[in-house]
Design a protein around this ligand. Structure first.
Ligand SMILES: [Zn+2]
Length: 222
């Protein structure tokens, strides 16, 4: 499936959803203790499977908080050797966003989960115009048949834990089970994050939302 991820990023580039070095994608198979993520700063038109970073998911450490006595836990990750080319690269700066969605697979626990982050023109334009992407599904029911859209994440710095936390919250991520309420979330002034069980399925959530945003903006009524 790493080849398929390379294919969807070429398609995303061709559709103006990213410029050359933008966008990042991760994938985890349910029966593996690791995931793969796109490397930072590489051209997505020429991305190859051997450039991906392999990331080991470390089981959570638990301890009793001294003040409250409640059990706290912290998950971690570490880079693993994958290929010679990959070891010279760094993982995407958005790894906190991907890690939070991949450490537990929730409703995808017996399959694959893929997380795709890109910057589609009309989704970003609609948020810039003040539209909360979750509200447009009310007037376009065809969209909500297949794609559940979360409320927007406000302006947050890219490549930050804050961006990760806000995306997880708006997507309705359940930290205990890993279940997610929505398929896609928009980040104002930035882009979208979509999740599904294959690269093309995640791609289709973005495609559907982008199409409706284009229609809404073309109508001038918003
Ligand atoms: Zn981005």
């Amino acid at each position: 499936m790493l080849e398929t991820i390379c294919d969807i990023l070429v398609e995303a580039y061709d559709r103006n959803w990213i410029t050359s070095r933008d966008g990042n994608v991760s994938i985890r198979h349910h029966d593996r203790d690791h995931f793969y993520i796109t490397p930072s700063g590489v051209r997505k038109q020429t991305l190859q499977p051997d450039q991906f970073k392999k990331i080991i998911i470390k089981p959570p450490l638990t301890w009793n908080e001294p003040k409250t006595g409640l059990i706290a836990e912290r998950w971690g990750w570490k880079e693993d050797n994958y290929t010679a080319i990959s070891s010279a690269l760094a993982p995407s700066g958005e790894i906190p966003l991907h890690f939070g969605l991949l450490k537990q697979l929730g409703q995808h626990k017996d399959e694959v989960r893929v997380v795709v982050h890109v910057h589609p023109t009309y989704c970003v334009a609609a948020m810039h115009a003040g539209i909360d992407l979750s509200t447009i599904t009310e007037e376009f029911p065809e969209l909500s048949r297949y794609t559940k859209v979360a409320p927007n994440v406000p302006d947050v710095p890219p490549i930050s834990q804050e961006l990760a936390d806000q995306c997880h919250e708006k997507l309705g991520l359940n930290f205990e089970t890993g279940d997610i309420k929505y398929d896609i979330v928009g980040i104002k002034g930035h882009g979208v994050v979509a999740i599904d069980s294959s690269p093309w399925r995640a791609f289709e959530h973005i495609e559907r939302l982008e199409h409706i945003c284009k229609i809404v903006l073309a109508s001038g009524k918003y």
